[in-house]
Ligand binder design. Structure first.
Ligand code: IVH
Length: 691
């Protein structure tokens, strides 16, 4: 019996590790549940054999009335933070370290471990005889709170360590919440509030939600909050029961790990989640490269980080560096600009897009977030705006991640002091007053005004003029507003009919700018078929589809004449795209626009249908990542496309090859993981030259 219990515990522990930490389930969920229930039943019959490290004991403790304060055996230090967003932070850290170690410029670069700075809360885990016995928060660094009962509910944290681990140790790391888990938690909270459940609230951000869960008095509630963990530090118990940091352990001759990197690898071996994004790097240059690489990868991570952490790798050097004012001199945090800030909503406006899509936009009190000042944030559509229940006057969390348009993440309901009415989508276009309709199965309302709507006309002109379409350099938003409002331009061909006299008649338009615009218009007449097609702004026809269509048909007339069935023969064209193309060219006025543009002199090279289908790289897909030594990304893409290849944005099993340059990140890693060939610039040139 006891043997079976031990066996079940071992099986469940292993399966749990594969499920929670390695993300590669070992056995089906149903099998796990069956084993779990068997163990539960055996333990129910033999309570004397229950041990705290049994997988059944993760949840179970009774609610508590308060937390017990515990003193940390080794203080939980803070790290010096560099907020300088440039590379300076890394250089200054490296300089300081080298100075203290009395290294000269002749000495080789120092070895560092660069890690992510997880945006959660620090937790210390104490293992005795390889069993988790205590977990506490950082608190003020000297004393924290005992939150063992909540931490035990986190599936990623081992309750028991393998025999290879030292029996007594303290592991430190970060408890955090993944962004997707945070979204579903808030979703659940919102429906509870809607159902009228008392004392429920939504959370402002993942860190806040994680902190709330860790400090839950009822572990059953904590168990429902999806928490994750990353380990990043190890401290040893000395024979005397004092816990020693790796540095102190070294001084006491107890050290078994020479480097921080070895510690991370050991933690991983013992079953702790350790981030795959930690890297061993050389010198300030290595730190800078890491800082930049992670800045680019930041938005693709499934969890929030607020910076990176640099640590001197050699434990003996850490010992020599020591501390100043409660901060180790061997580590530093280098922050990124915050991606979320609080601000207030001054108004909610509805904007009209090129295809008539109505987008509710929150007008905000200006706020510096994600490196820029933000005054507008999208609310996406009516459902989203209502789901988040954003109202004028509300205090909201705004998020701007990378180049993504800023969005309102959530409302701080407890800061709402007066009840502005809930947002509703207008049933008429705010610009042209045509009816706005929401088709079945669609999230968006659209203005039915078409090109009668000046907002749609303006957007259509800007779309046509953009760099990736026919590229009319001097035609910006303000000028388009003026041209449309003065009724000088109603359709695309009107652009090419503008005269110098008309332009000079406009407000703030000097002779020179008029000449510049006319020159840009002239220049734009020579274009390519894909750019022209894309520029027409046909719904669902993006740049890649335009290229596929041009390659397949060779010329525009063939596309205009193609039936839905013929369109479906094109690579990557499905029924939605095919029908949208057909509907567009079935409209007489659209065909007229095309005809008139050609009459105005807009032209491109055509070729025989299908002629490009049998190019050397036809049917092959490449991905470009990082910066190449001499070619720009556009040039590399053009080389590949001229040879018939497709260039995609993400790596998949179907990718033929990845062209990688300096600071290539996750795409390169993914290619290597999938065994996809990697090319450098020289190989790309050789490939496209030989084909
Ligand atoms: S090491 C002496 N590594 O940052 C160095 N801290 O210290 C001890 N943090 O509240 C900390 N990610 O919770 C370290 N990879 C990482 C970290 C990290 C996040 C947090 C930690 C602490 C704060 C500042």
């Amino acid at each position: 019996m006891q043997e079976r219990i031990a066996q079940l515990r071992q099986q469940l522990q292993l399966a749990g590790h594969h499920y929670h930490v390695l993300d590669e389930p070992l056995i089906p969920d149903a099998e796990y549940d069956r084993l779990f229930r068997e163990l539960q039943a055996l333990e129910a019959n033999h309570p004397q054999w229950i041990t705290p490290d049994s997988p059944t004991q993760r949840v179970g403790a009774q609610p508590m009335s308060s937390f017990v304060t515990v003193a940390h055996k080794v203080p939980m230090l803070s790290i010096h933070t560099e907020t300088d967003i440039s590379a300076e932070g890394a250089i200054q850290f490296d300089n300081r370290v080298r100075k203290v170690l009395q290294l000269s410029s002749e000495d080789p670069p120092l070895e560092y471990v660069a890690e992510l700075k997880f945006d959660g809360l620090a937790i210390s885990l104490i293992y005795q005889d390889r069993v988790l016995v205590q977990a506490c928060t950082r608190g003020d660094g000297q004393t924290g709170e005992d939150v063992t009962h909540n931490i035990r509910t986190i599936g990623q944290i081992p309750l028991r360590l393998p025999d290879a681990a030292p029996p007594q140790l303290e592991v430190r790391g970060e408890v955090y919440m993944r962004r997707d888990d945070f979204e579903s938690l808030n979703e659940r909270q919102r429906s509870r509030i809607a159902e009228g459940v008392k004392n429920e609230k939504t959370f402002v951000n993942p860190r806040n939600a994680a902190a709330g869960a860790v400090r839950q008095l009822d572990p059953k509630i904590a168990a429902q909050r999806p928490l994750s963990f990353f380990a990043y530090a190890l401290h040893f118990h000395a024979p005397s029961d004092a816990v020693l940091s790796p540095v102190e352990a070294t001084l006491n001759g107890l050290q078994t790990y020479g480097t921080h990197h070895q510690i991370l690898m050991a933690l991983k071996q013992w079953g702790f989640p350790v981030s795959d994004d930690c890297q061993l790097v050389a010198g300030a240059q290595g730190l800078i490269a890491y800082h930049q690489q992670i800045a680019q990868a930041r938005d693709r991570l499934p969890f929030d980080i607020d910076g990176v952490v640099y640590k001197v790798n050699q434990i003996s050097l850490q010992a020599r560096l020591g501390m100043v004012s409660r901060e180790p001199r061997w580590a530093v945090a280098h922050k990124y600009p915050a991606q979320e800030e609080l601000t207030t909503v001054q108004a909610i406006e509805v904007q009209v897009g090129r295809t008539g899509k109505l987008t509710p936009v929150a007008k905000l009190a200006p706020v510096f977030v994600g490196g820029v000042t933000v005054t507008n944030a999208t609310l996406h559509n009516e459902d989203e705006a209502r789901r988040k229940d954003v109202r004028v006057g509300d205090t909201v969390v705004v998020r701007r991640a990378g180049d993504v348009i800023p969005e309102v993440v959530s409302v701080l309901l407890d800061k709402r002091d007066h009840a502005a009415p809930a947002f509703t989508m207008p049933r008429h276009c705010p610009v042209c007053d045509s009816p706005a309709v929401r088709e079945e199965g669609e999230a968006d309302f659209r203005c039915t005004g078409g090109l009668f709507c000046s907002a749609q006309r303006k957007q259509a002109l800007l779309h046509f003029a953009q760099r990736r379409a026919v590229e009319i350099d001097d035609l910006g938003e303000k000028l388009v507003d003026q041209l449309v409002d003065a009724e000088l331009v109603k359709t695309l061909p009107d652009l090419y009919r503008l005269t110098r006299a008309q332009l000079i008649g406009l407000d703030r338009m000097a002779e020179k700018s008029a000449n510049n615009l006319l020159a840009s218009l002239e220049k734009s007449k020579q274009t390519t078929l894909p750019r022209f097609l894309y520029g027409l702004g046909i719904r669902h026809v993006g740049e890649a589809t335009a290229k596929d269509l041009a390659r397949h048909f060779g010329g525009l007339q063939a596309i205009i004449n193609a039936s839905v069935d013929q369109l479906l023969m094109v690579n990557d064209v499905g029924p939605v795209v095919a029908n949208s193309l057909r509907a567009f060219f079935d409209q007489v006025h659209n065909r007229e626009v095309v005809q008139q543009l050609r009459e105005c002199g807009v032209h491109w090279e055509e070729f025989a249908p299908g002629a490009r289908l049998d190019l050397p790289l036809s049917g092959h897909t490449y991905v470009i990542t990082g910066s190449l030594p001499t070619l720009s990304r556009e040039q590399a893409q053009a080389l590949l496309e001229q040879a018939g290849a497709k260039v995609a944005g993400s790596v998949s099993k179907k990718t033929t090859g990845v062209v990688a340059g300096e600071a290539a990140g996750s795409k390169l890693e993914k290619a290597m993981a999938l065994g996809i060939p990697v090319l450098d610039e020289a190989a790309l040139l050789a490939l496209t030259r030989s084909t």
